[in-house]
Structure formats: structure tokens, C-alpha cells
Design a protein around this ligand. Sequence first.
Ligand code: F6P
Length: 342
Amino acid sequence: MRIGVLTGGGDCPGLNAAIRAIVRKGVEHCGHEFVGYRDGWRGPLEADSRPLGVPEVRGILPRGGTILGSSRTNPFAEDGGVAKIAANLAQAGVDGLIAIGGEDTLRVAARLHEEEGIHVVGVPKTIDNDLNATDYTFGFDTAVNIAMEAIDRLHTTADSHHRVLIVEVMGRHAGWIAFHAGLAGGANVILIPEQRFDVERVCEFVGRRFESRYAPIIVVAEGAEPVGGVPEAGDDKLDAFGHVRLGGIAHWLEGEIERRTGKETRATVLGHVQRGGTPTAFDRVLATRFGLHAVDAVGSGRWGTMTALRGTDIQLVQLTEATAELKVVPEALFGEAEVFFG
Ligand code: F6P
């Protein structure tokens, strides 16, 4: 078979490990041929591809980013986009696609399969860990470790200067990174999009922390919102999937805390640092296993499915199930972190 591979949406550590596993197993054990589509759905839309054989995937296991490039192109938002993809795949003799992506990329994959009959197998990735139907996505563990290390470092400088330090992490609708990194890094307050926060209560935690000889560290997810009002968004640029570019909650909070408590407060926005660089062992192994199982799914004609981690097993789930709703941090789980607030 001739299979196209693409990586879409925000990149994350582990994408190259997944591509390598797909190609190594597919070529050496199953006799498939691969076409690497560039920049997510833009590749098949514009017939922009590159060779993807064993020599091309040598040495890429530990490398961050994606050798295929990525974009947030949405073929359903382009005039005649879906028909162009079908025609380009037929022209290139491509029998099916392995789409590696998050919520948006895999939602496109699900629709292409359901509505157009295009053969697609999905592989879930995102640092946000917000895809339903899989216990973890790769990229998440690396992002959490980067954020945890930042929190560890912020603790020592916050204590030296008796300052409140706020660290803003990614997480548009789900606070998984904030929750895990905050718990692992001993944050004094964690704020997530799933639960609106009360600024007065945050200031109480700040005051309580200063009663010890230590300074407070606040971890805030970029999508977190205060009770009674959304602060101004970073800017109002929308991407092809209609998402506003976030960022800015930490700086808003910085002003509020300083004004209400009189304590010097500074914000650090981790941003894309969380998505770059080499993957952790956990993410390399998960990405590799997802890649191997995606090739099995192709071989057995299980189109319209996605690889998923369930416990320690990799299973296949329907793409429609995986993309129907986001996986958010449950209230009871968040309660476990609240024990350490203040
Ligand atoms: O990959 C998802 C994500 O990490 C979100 O948490 C974040 O809002 C978004 O990517 C930002 O991505 P970009 O800056 O590439 O648009």
C-alpha cells in the first residue's frame, strides 16, 4: 500500500518518534510505501509532499518538532478543499492517510472518513492532553516536565526576593498541564479553565503563604478566567479553526494581586518553550507505540479509527468518539491539588 503521513496543529515533542515508528514498521515489516505530506492538511490540499523512506527517518527519534512541518490549515474552511484532497490523493496513488494531530486535525480526519469515505487512521498528539478516549497523548509529559522545572526554579528566586511569581502555561480549554506541573512543582495556587477563580481567594492564599518564610508560586493555564469577567484577550486574531490566540491572563493577574495585596508580583509566560525540544522517555515510547499500532490499523483496514492508550494497552477507538468532546480536568481530581493551596 501507498500511505500518506501528515502532522497537523500545534507541534509537540514525540512527533518524529511516531513518524519513525510508522515508516520503520511499515516499510521493513509490511512492505508499504510512504509519502510525507508537508504542513498538516495543507500538504494533501496543495499536493505538497516529500519522500518518506527509512533513510529520511534515521536519527530523528530524539528530535523535537516534526520533519514534515505543521499548520492549522482546515480543508473544510477552503472552497472545494475536500474535493481537492480526494483528487490529489487519487492522483498520487495514495490508498490512505495516517493523520497525527490533536482535536482539530483529527476532527478533519473523522469528517473526511465519515463524509467523503477517505481512508484515514488517526494518531493523537497534543501537549494539552485534552483528547478524549485516550488516557494520555504524547507531548504532554514533556511539557509537564518543562513547566515543573520552571516552577522549581521560580521557587528559589521568589523566596530570595519575597515576591509573588506567576507562571502561565498552555491549556486553552483544559488545565492538564497546569494541574500536573503545579502538583509536581508544589505550586501554592493552580488556576485552570475548568473552574472560574475568585481573585480575592487567590490573594488570601498569597497572604497565607507569606506567613511562612516562603514566597507564593501561582500556576495559571492560559485559558483560566476569573469569576465575573474575562480579562481582555491577548489579541483577537483567529486561526482557521476559529480559535482566538490566548495569552495574557498572568499579566492581568500580576496587576490585580499587586494592587490588592501590595506585594511585588511578576509574571512568567512559558509559551512555546513547552512545545519545543527533545521528548521525554515516556513520550518517545508512547509515540513509538502509537506509530506501530497505526500501521497495524492500516494493514487490517481499520479506517476511521485512532490509536489510544488505555491503561498500558494501545487500543483502536473510533475517531468520531475521540473527537466528540474534550477531556477536561475533573473537579474531584482538581480537589486533590487544592490541599496544597496557600
Ligand atoms: O497545541 C495546543 C496549544 O498548545 C494550546 O494550548 C495553545 O493555545 C496553542 O497550542 C497555541 O498554539 P500556536 O501558538 O501555535 O497557535
